[in-house]
Ligand binder design. Structure first.
Ligand code: ADP
Ligand code: MG
Length: 240
C-alpha cells in the first residue's frame, strides 16, 4: 500500500459565529503515527471529521498525497475512521460487522471472505467471528471497530479517542497493540486523545491543540523539553 501524507493548509471552520478551527496548518508525513492532543472542546473531533469529509471547512485546503480533496465526498476519500463509541451494528455478528463495508462496495464473495478473515486475524479475533458485539468485552469491541476500518484498506487511519471507554490497564495494552498494528500496516495514522501519556508514549510526532489553535507540533521529547508556551508545558506535563 502506498504511504500518503496529510496536509491541512490554513483550515478554518465555524459553527455559526463560533470559530472552532482557527487557521490550522499541519503536515502529517507518510506512514507516521501522529497524535493530536488537547483538552475537551479544543476542536480535535471537528478536525478529524473534516479530514474524513463529514465536516466542510469554511476556508483552507486539505491535501492527501499532495492532492486537494476538500470537495471529495467521504466515501471516495479512502480514509478510515474509528470512533470513541465503536458504533458497531448490535444485531450483526462480528464477521458481518467487519464485512459490511466490503459488501456495500459489492466485492466478490471470495474476496470478502479473505479480507475479513485477515482483518480478524490482525486484531486477534478469528475465534469470535460468530459473536454479537454485546457478547464481547470493551477491548474486543474496539478491536472489531478497528478491523472493520482496516478491512477496507484505507490510506489514512483516523482514531478519535478510541481507547477512552476502556479501563486503564486495557488502555495501556491496547495502545501497544494499536501501535504494533499501525507499524505492520505502515498506514498514516492520526490518533486523537486528551491523555498526554497516551500521546507521549505512542506518537512519532504530535500536535497540541487548544481552543481551535495548534499550539505546537513536534516529537514528544521535543514538546516535553521545549514547550513553546505555558499551556503546552502544563499539558505535556513539565509543570505538573
Ligand atoms: P474535542 O473533540 O477536542 O473535544 P470538538 O471538536 O468536539 O472538540 O468541539 C470543539 C468545539 O466545537 C466545542 O466548543 C463544541 O461545543 C463545538 N461543536 C462541536 N460540534 C458542533 C456542532 N455540530 N455544532 C456546534 N458546535 C459544535
Ligand atoms: Mg472529541
Amino acid at each position: 500500500m502506498k504511504k500518503v501524507s496529510v496536509e491541512c493548509r490554513n483550515i478554518r471552520l465555524a459553527y455559526g459565529k463560533t470559530e472552532v478551527l482557527k487557521d490550522i496548518n499541519l503536515v502529517i508525513e507518510p506512514g507516521e503515527f501522529f497524535a493530536l492532543l488537547g483538552p475537551s472542546g479544543s476542536g480535535k473531533s471537528t478536525l478529524l471529521r473534516l479530514i474524513a469529509g463529514f465536516n466542510q471547512q469554511n476556508s483552507g485546503q486539505l491535501l492527501v498525497d499532495g492532492a486537494d480533496i476538500s470537495h471529495v465526498p467521504p466515501h471516495k476519500r479512502n480514509i478510515g475512521m474509528v470512533f470513541q463509541s465503536y458504533a458497531l451494528w448490535p444485531h450483526m455478528s462480528v464477521w458481518d460487522n467487519v464485512a459490511f463495508g466490503l459488501v456495500e462496495r459489492r466485492l466478490p464473495k471470495a474476496e470478502i471472505q479473505e479480507k475479513v478473515q485477515s482483518a480478524l486475524e490482525l486484531v486477534g479475533l478469528e475465534a469470535f467471528a460468530t459473536r454479537r458485539p454485546n457478547e464481547l468485552s470493551g477491548g474486543q469491541q474496539q478491536r472489531v471497530a478497528l478491523a472493520r476500518t482496516i478491512v477496507i484498506e484505507p490510506q489514512v487511519l483516523l482514531l478519535d479517542e478510541p481507547l477512552s471507554n476502556l479501563d486503564q490497564k486495557l488502555r495501556v495494552q491496547m495502545r501497544q497493540e494499536l501501535l504494533a498494528l499501525q507499524r505492520r500496516l505502515g498506514i498514516t495514522t492520526i490518533f486523537v486523545t486528551h491523555d498526554q501519556e497516551e500521546a507521549m508514549t505512542t506518537a512519532d510526532r504530535m500536535a497540541v491543540m487548544d481552543q481551535g489553535i495548534v499550539q505546537q507540533v513536534g516529537t514528544p521529547a521535543n514538546l516535553f523539553d521545549y514547550p513553546c508556551n505555558r499551556f503546552v508545558a502544563n499539558f505535556v506535563g513539565t509543570m505538573n
